[in-house]
Design a protein. Sequence first.
Length: 210
Amino acid sequence: MLGVDPGLTRCGLGAVTATGRTVRIVDVGVVTTSPDLPLEARLVAVADALDTWLDRLAPDAVAVERVFAQSNVSTVTATAQVAGLAMVAAHRRGIPVALHTPSEVKAAVTGNGRAGKEQVTTMVTRVLGLDAPPRPADAADALALAICHAWRGGPVPVAALAGATGGVASASSPGATGEPTSAQQRWLRAEASARRAGRRVVAAQRTVGR
């Protein structure tokens, strides 16, 4: 799966493969464009890079950071434009797209929805068994998005989240009725337990890099 940390000056791209909780890196990079170029030229450059990555890797899913309004309108607008490019490129290839908020990604990777960028980078490095932290931060954020989606298995139904603190009922056919899969159930229980105990949830297994 491919994680996309949208940005016009720097767009992070991180691809991973996952088997259960074991995640391995496939590729990571950052697409950069110059502020001196016209907006349309910058968007074309990012779109071309996204096409190249999607055609080369053919991921089974694309996870994009959900954009929120901030005080800097121009930054939010540019970020939203790049996020839109990623979603369109994936959809044209029939690849499912998932949106994850920054707090969801931080909680999935570090167990703390308010973790700082360095904490996220540290955990991404540890989870993927890398020799060095991915740089710049946009690269680590893209990998974190991919890891988040791999571990969560896509958006979890609101009803499942509401019942997380009281235990999640098992389903004979996970996902068929909108209930979380067994992997999602384990993650929800771990998150709920961590919130009650006031501790962080970390990856269950350490993986080996490529």
